[in-house]
Design a protein around this ligand. Structure first.
Ligand code: UDP
Length: 239
């Protein structure tokens, strides 16, 4: 018999890239369906799941600013990109029968609910997937920081960072075949060595709230459920 999940409530952080598949831009429907299937397995396993989705597959504020745009305006565009990803993910989840609510930090009443903390918690208690769109709602932040913030607000037991690789390595495993994966790291290791896990404000916020960060590959079959059971390849960042 398989083990019970180790965590009761988790926040899954997906970068925009996680929805892009092998395309160079935008949303790949098959990839989104694969991610949705992973989330469904977790819900059926009795885990409460909320998601923060990025927007880098569509637009990043920094890129707009580098091309001469006002940074705050470019960041607003980046946040709108996350709303598109959130709707794509909701669509895929509902297609496979998973109740899902999108809550946006930028109020957008015709397409999503506004972000209200107590309402989000209620959705989770009812077994619905909650997708947090529009990051923190503020320019000059990232969706990594939004993920750490929402994980703390929702009292999550862990922040799961679904990436393209199965953990944190001492060098880029794509270019260094002998790179070694860390099983565990401390928040301070990540900050001191500037390891590319999440940005520094997300790491600090998770550290202050004692929320472990689990880095794993979202594109491996059953990866999410394996990580929830404390199995499978990943790197855990904690005290
Ligand atoms: N963004 C923002 N405030 C937030 C979250 C995101 O201004 O709280 C903007 C920012 O421009 C960012 C873009 O939204 O570049 C997309 O988010 P992010 O780069 O974090 O997406 P990811 O890298 O996870 O795909």
């Amino acid at each position: 018999m398989s083990k019970d999940p180790k965590y009761k409530r988790v926040l899954l952080k997906l970068s925009g890239e996680a929805l892009m598949g092998n395309d160079s831009y935008g949303i790949n429907p098959e990839t989104v369906a694969g991610v949705a299937a992973e989330v469904k397995a977790a819900i059926l396993g009795g885990v409460e799941v909320c998601i923060v989705v990025g927007g880098g597959n569509i637009f990043r504020g920094m890129k707009g600013a580098a091309q001469g745009m006002d940074r705050a305006t470019a960041d607003h565009m980046g946040m709108l990109a996350t709303v598109m990803n959130a709707l794509a993910l909701q669509n895929s989840l509902e297609e496979i029968g998973v109740d899902t609510r999108v809550l946006s930090a930028i109020p957008m009443a015709s397409v999503s609910e506004p972000y209200i903390r107590r309402r989000a918690i209620r959705h989770l208690e009812k077994g619905r997937v909650v997708i947090f769109a529009a990051g923190t709602g503020n320019p000059f932040f990232t969706t990594d920081t939004a993920a750490a913030l929402r994980a703390a607000e929702m009292n999550c037991n862990a922040l799961l960072k679904g990436t393209q690789v199965d953990g944190v390595y001492d060098a880029d495993p794509k270019t260094h075949p002998d790179a070694v994966r860390y099983d565990a790291l401390s928040y301070m290791d990540v900050l001191r060595q500037d390891l590319k896990v999440m940005d520094a404000s997300a790491i600090s916020l998770s550290r202050e709230n004692n929320i472990p960060i689990v880095v794993f590959s979202i594109h491996t079959e059953n990866a999410l459920m394996n990580v929830l059971r404390g199995e499978g390849l990943c790197t855990i960042v904690g005290e």
